[in-house]
Design a protein around this ligand. Structure first.
Ligand SMILES: C[S@@+](CC[C@H](N)C(=O)[O-])C[C@H]1O[C@@H](n2cnc3c(N)ncnc32)[C@H](O)[C@@H]1O
Length: 462
């Protein structure tokens, strides 16, 4: 029986027997075992001993042959590998062949790699790009790669735009350092329409936004002409939020489908899937989708829609009680990795911002809703605590464009972050003042400003 040791010994002391074994064995399992255990190849290993296996019916065997030929980095096999890259029936084998060509790191492979940029498998194209990036400075390569910036595949587009700093990705230095935010916005609550307020907020001023927008026609404060107008309104606000968010930072949107009750018995009620309808608009404006977190409430705390069905039990009339809401997590699109964001902070800040034990490990967050005597739809503070501690650092500026009763501000205060809130209804603005207007030894005093006062402050500090 063939063992790893036998393959190792043959490789070291008796290569010709190894070649013969590869040639003569009819057992695919044995062939695969040898190939998988070849490991580091001895000097002078003859790749020709493997070529007869390239038409083998086993994908795994062909894959290992290609891998092994790749290890030889011998230009002699360029054409063979190119042929496999173009014509093998298995796309894993084709990708491995491109990777093997790339690993040769020879200018002689440039033409073949450029030809493979036209492949229909995006992963083949990405391997070819990887191989070509070694010769990025050569004009032939540069021209071929730049052409891919309009490639239909988004990952290819993003690799190319990062490599060639397309789309103005070179704007770092112009802003204040990443951990800092404008002083005039720290612990500020503005009474006004968020769209007016944001007009005087500078670009990239905010570290994190967490918000629950007004519902569509579900409560008294939210009357819109139509669903389209409502979505357009949110789009306008979130586009501005995108502008004022720092590079690579997060936006967490709490929404759920809403029901607009039926006009009369002759009509049916209508359900609007807000999270799903707003999502494509967000990604289009430059928010990258990161996660969906589900906030689950106890069934006893939500409105019962089940009563009718409970009686009649007729199919089609089933109506589950909606106990969940979404927290959709987005990141301002950037080529930078999260590590870049983290490295902008002092080591000490990162250490002190570390998330404590007992954090939520899954995307299902079971949290009881909170009821407020003034506001009819408030965040439970636990929801804000989690979002702030998982998605911001100490000293950051967190924003809620639809401040409501100011729960996000209270959580920010407790967690040693700064808050910036906007709210258009005076009674809710006053509700925020009740909690955040108190003096605190631990933070800069909160300021409660009219739109005009905020505009003045913003213009003084620009
Ligand atoms: C769902 S509530 C937010 C509640 C908040 N998360 C809390 O914990 O109290 C939405 C809030 O957005 C406010 N709002 C609606 N349109 C607004 C606008 N254009 N500008 C600022 N605030 C607005 C409403 O008055 C309402 O208080």
């Amino acid at each position: 029986m063939l063992t790893k040791q036998t393959v190792e010994d043959l490789k070291k002391y008796n290569l010709s027997t190894l070649y013969q074994l590869l040639r003569d064995t009819k057992d695919n399992r044995e062939t695969l075992f040898i190939l998988e255990n070849l490991g580091h190849l001895p000097v002078g290993f003859d790749g020709d001993s493997l070529l007869h296996l390239l038409p083998n019916s086993s994908d795994q065997i062909r894959l290992w042959v290609v891998k092994t030929l790749g290890k030889l980095k011998n230009l002699k096999y360029l054409d063979v590998l190119f042929n496999v890259a173009q014509s093998d029936i298995n796309s894993m084998v084709r990708r491995e062949a491109v990777s093997s060509i790339g690993r040769m790191r020879t200018e002689d492979a440039i033409d073949s790699l450029i030809e493979l940029l036209d492949d229909s498998d995006p992963k083949v194209v990405l391997q070819a790009i990887r191989g070509l990036l070694v010769f990025k400075r050569k004009s032939q390569v540069d021209i071929a790669l730049r052409k891919l910036r309009r490639h239909p595949n988004e990952i290819i587009q993003s690799v190319i735009s990062k490599e060639f700093s397309i789309n103005g990705n070179h704007r770092e230095a112009k802003q204040v350092p990443h951990p800092l935010s404008p002083d005039f916005m720290k612990n500020v609550v503005v009474l006004g329409d968020v769209r007016d307020v944001l007009k005087c907020v500078p670009d990239e001023a905010i570290h994190l936004t967490f918000t629950s927008p007004p519902y569509y026609n579900a409560r008294d404060y939210s009357i819109y002409e139509s669903y389209e107008v409502y979505l357009d309104f949110l789009t306008e606000v979130f586009r501005e939020v995108h502008r004022v968010t720092k590079e690579g930072r997060f936006f967490i949107l709490n929404t759920s489908p809403v029901i607009v009750p039926r006009v009369s018995r002759a009509h049916s009620s209508k359900r609007y899937p807000i999270p799903f309808d707003i999502h494509p608009r967000l990604t289009k404006m430059g928010w990258e989708f990161i996660d969906d977190i589900v906030w689950a409430k106890p069934e006893t705390s939500v409105k019962n829609r089940n009563a009718g069905f409970l009686q009649h039990r007729k199919p089609l009339g089933y109506k589950p009680n909606p106990v969940t809401e979404y927290l959709m997590v987005y990141r301002k699109k950037t080529d930078k990795l999260l590590d870049w964001n983290i490295h902008q902070y002092a080591h000490e800040t990162v250490q002190h911002s570390k998330v404590k034990d007992g954090y939520a490990t899954s995307n299902l967050w079971q949290i009881d809703p909170t009821f407020d005597r003034v506001h009819s739809a408030v965040f439970p503070i636990e929801l804000c605590n989690r979002v702030i501690s998982y998605y911001s650092f100490l000293g950051d500026l967190v924003f809620d464009p639809f401040g409501g009763s100011g729960t996000l501000g209270r959580a920010a205060e407790n967690l040693e972050r700064h808050f910036f809130l906007t709210e258009k209804e005076e009674r809710y603005f006053e509700r925020i003042r009740q909690d955040l207007g108190r003096e605190s030894l631990f933070r800069q005093p909160a300021r409660f400003l009219s739109l005009e006062d905020f505009q003045k402050l913003a213009s003084q500090s620009s």
